[in-house]
Design a binder for this molecule. Structure first.
Ligand code: PHE
Length: 337
């Protein structure tokens, strides 16, 4: 019995001394307790008179070992803390790592700004599909197959009657078909034309607007445009309407804003005219209203469509539309606010 205790002592002392972590020490303790239990279970084999003396020995042994465990625990905990401090130490003199954050693309920024301006006037956003039928993109907009105005937009056809929309105006028809006036919608989105130079890209973004109600006139269009110009550019920006032609509006107008660069005196940006063309608009053609099931004798409306890239280029003084699509970070970084 005594020998067993002695063996357990040696074994446990070695385990305590070798325990380098709280976990190892805990395991050693568990093992010791199990072994001690086993030793104590041998007590029943002792003669009755031997038991008290042996019990005392075992108790003392137990206490000695427990305090050895505790002592070691303090040392191990201290070691562990030191190790933790060492590994978590921060050298404040080291150069920091710069976190590079992204930002919205200028087209998205301008699109959001436009939506803000028009939402303030009560417009709701409607997004139509990018793949359209010939009917929505042209025919319903008073541009049948043989109409010469089809030549104004070089179209990507996917099938005979299926195409990539050339204008967000296609959404006008969808909106009028599916709801009754009053209608006041804004329709942003990508459009596609087989066109490619410094100011044209085969894919670009438009923002369409449509208002249909009783008694809507060209004056309403003009007033709304004036508000748009002031909010989007400067409070002194003026609006000018010039007669134009679109099959789906009558009368049709081309809308110019006074040049934001020179204030109307004439400069390189406005090619000396003092005005910059920004959008097409007009009163919705009776035929279009009829095609969409809206009674043109009861309702009138106006529509407008602008190129978002064009607005962005004017606002930020960008002279090549390609830079908006190359996604060179050196260019994009400049729009971060
Ligand atoms: N859809 C025309 C274009 O892309 C713009 C426009 C929209 C003109 C609405 C009048 C009314 O050129």
């Amino acid at each position: 019995m005594k020998q067993k205790i002695e063996n357990l002592r040696l074994e446990t002392e070695a385990a305590i001394a070798g325990a380098e972590s709280g976990r190892a020490l805990y395991e050693a303790k568990m093992k010791f307790q199990a072994s001690l239990k086993e030793v104590m279970s041998g007590m029943k084999d002792l003669a009755k008179e031997e038991r008290p003396a042996f019990g005392k020995i075992v108790n003392e042994f137990k206490q000695t070992m427990e305090s050895a465990f505790e002592e070691r625990a303090i040392v191990v905990r201290q070691k562990e803390m030191e190790e933790k401090y060492r590994s978590e130490q921060i050298d404040v003199t080291m150069p920091g790592k710069r976190v590079v954050s992204g930002a919205l693309h200028p087209i998205t920024v301008v699109k959001n700004e436009l939506i803000d301006v028009f939402a303030g006037m009560g417009f709701k956003v409607f997004e139509g599909p990018e793949i359209e039928t010939d009917y929505y993109n042209f025919t319903a907009l008073n541009t049948p197959k043989d109409h010469p105005a089809r030549d104004m937009q070089d179209t990507f056809y996917l099938a005979e009657n299926l195409l990539l929309r050339t204008q967000t105006s296609a959404g006008q028809v969808r909106v009028m078909e599916s709801g009754k006036p009053p209608i006041k919608i804004l329709s942003p989105g990508r459009v596609f034309r087989s066109d490619d130079d410094a100011t044209h890209s085969p894919m670009f973004h438009q923002m369409e607007g449509l208002v249909v109600d009783k008694g809507i006139t060209l004056c309403d269009l003009q007033g709304m445009l004036a508000e748009f110009a002031r909010k989007m550019f400067t409070s002194s920006t003026k609006v000018r309407l010039r007669p134009s032609y679109f099959p789906f509006t009558e009368p049709s107008v081309e809308v110019d804003l006074s040049c934001s660069e020179c204030g109307g005196k004439g400069c390189r940006l406005c090619k000396g005219t003092g005005w910059i063309e920004v959008l097409g608009a007009g009163m919705v053609n009776r035929r279009v209203l009829e095609n969409c099931g809206v009674d043109p004798d009861v309702y009138t409306g106006f529509a407008f469509g602008m190129g978002i890239e064009r607005i962005a280029m004017l606002k930020y003084g960008v002279n090549n539309i390609k830079t908006l699509f190359e996604n060179d970070v050196r260019f994009l970084k400049q729009f971060k606010d």
